[in-house]
Write a new protein. Structure first.
Length: 141
């Protein structure tokens, strides 16, 4: 008996092919001898999925892998440090005292040390940039 995930996979592939119910059931009977995808065993599921691939259905279970990210408890990444420095330039904050005060407000430390600290500072900077853009837009109006 096919699992729920296998039935969903088959149904998604059939939907991507644009097959109507009658055509789907005719193809299923011709390929496996079963009237319902729920009645398929694992070998029949594999055979039917291969048949759907030959007809042009994309595999719906293939997922893109996420790019590796730093651990929230690990050290701050060089990319985060670069983004933080660039954002301070966009804000026009040049003094170290101003930057360190903002860091302390966001993450409780004058210099962010962990990945999580860097994320907190970046989110705070994002909000400050949005506020600055709104203020600049209201001055132009």
């Amino acid at each position: 008996m096919a699992s729920i995930q296998q039935v969903r996979k088959i149904r998604a592939m059939v939907a991507r092919l644009g097959l109507d119910e009658e055509t789907y059931h005719d193809l299923l009977r011709a390929e496996t001898g079963c009237a319902s995808s729920k009645d398929l065993d694992n070998k029949q599921v594999d055979r039917f999925v291969k048949r759907l691939h030959k007809l042009g259905a994309p595999d719906t279970t293939v997922r893109k892998r996420r790019s590796p990210r730093g651990s929230p408890t690990g050290l701050i990444s060089p990319a985060q440090l670069s983004f933080i420095a660039d954002n301070y330039e966009r804000l026009g904050w040049t003094s170290d005292a101003q930057r360190m005060g903002f860091n302390k407000h966001c993450c409780g430390r004058s210099l962010p040390q962990t990945h999580a600290d860097g994320t907190k500072v970046l989110l705070g900077q994002k909000r400050m940039i949005e506020r600055a853009e709104i203020a600049a837009a209201s001055l132009l109006s």
